[in-house]
Ligand binder design. Structure first.
Ligand SMILES: C[S@@+](CC[C@H](N)C(=O)[O-])C[C@H]1O[C@@H](n2cnc3c(N)ncnc32)[C@H](O)[C@@H]1O
Length: 238
């Protein structure tokens, strides 16, 4: 495992966050940092505040896990998670965080995997993902390479993440921008639940196989923060 100094030579200065009691997350001081959407995604996937009961997953896979924060939040709630990212740097950073996170220890397995080629992988009850969602052809790309890869679709599209996710689980929860949701093609699957972050332009969907109707939900962020024991409120979305 790389130590903090070695990771700072990859990421620059790191900060340490406590996204919930018993969890420690290292992330770059400048560069890609998590926001409200990670709580929204974990809470939506667990059905916190949902109007009807949502199945409680025992196992999950996170595609594009970055710092690992979503996986760690799920693990703290008793879910065994496999966290995958194509960037070995993020996986090493998450390893250091995991070693400092007693509430997730033993429940998160970290691996370098590209969503466009996951190879042989068993399924899970749930897949969660917060994929890069900006089109690099349509706007500026962040100068920091890791931030660019986290925000812009440089190594695959939201559709690539969804296509792979649907091969791995019968419940897939995705957070992404409204225009990406509108363009998703879902052969053999449907949007079973949908909710919006308060800013309106960012949505959460749960995809399930087969045909069916969409339940519109309102996201109760306060209930999610309380249930996940978030120490703070109202962080802006990226
Ligand atoms: C928006 S960030 C999300 C990070 C973390 N899940 C969170 O919510 O804070 C997207 C992540 O996807 C990863 N990623 C981008 N393309 C990928 C690919 N083709 N396969 C796997 N991971 C990828 C990036 O390295 C980045 O960590």
């Amino acid at each position: 495992m790389l130590n903090r100094g070695e990771l700072e030579s990859l990421f620059g200065a790191l900060t340490e966050e406590t996204p919930a009691p018993g969890l420690r997350i290292f992330q770059p001081q400048r560069g890609y940092r998590y926001g409200v959407e990670v709580y929204a995604l974990a809470g939506f996937a667990l059905g916190i505040g949902a109007p009807l009961e949502v199945p409680r997953p025992k196992t999950a896979i996170e595609l594009g896990s970055g710092s690992g924060v979503v996986s760690f939040l799920l693990a703290r709630e008793g879910v065994a998670v496999r966290a995958w990212d194509r960037d070995p740097g993020w996986i090493e950073l998450a390893r250091l965080s995991l070693a400092r996170s007693p509430a997730a220890t033993g429940a998160v397995r970290l691996s370098v995997r590209d969503v466009r080629d996951v190879g042989r992988a068993g399924g899970a009850d749930l897949v969660v993902c917060n994929p890069p969602w900006f089109d690099p052809a349509e706007g500026p790309v962040a100068p920091d390479p890791r931030k660019a890869e986290a925000r812009s679709m440089l190594h695959g599209t939201v559709q690539d993440f969804v296509n792979t996710a649907l091969t791995l689980a019968s419940r897939v929860c995705v957070v992404t921008r409204a225009e990406r949701l509108a363009k998703l093609s879902l052969p053999g699957a449907h949007v079973a639940r949908r909710a919006w972050l308060p800013s309106g332009g960012i949505g959460l969907v749960e995809l399930r196989p087969g045909e069916g109707s969409t339940r519109e939900e309102s996201l109760d962020l306060e209930a999610i923060y309380a249930a996940l024991r978030a120490p703070w409120r109202g962080v802006r979305a990226r």
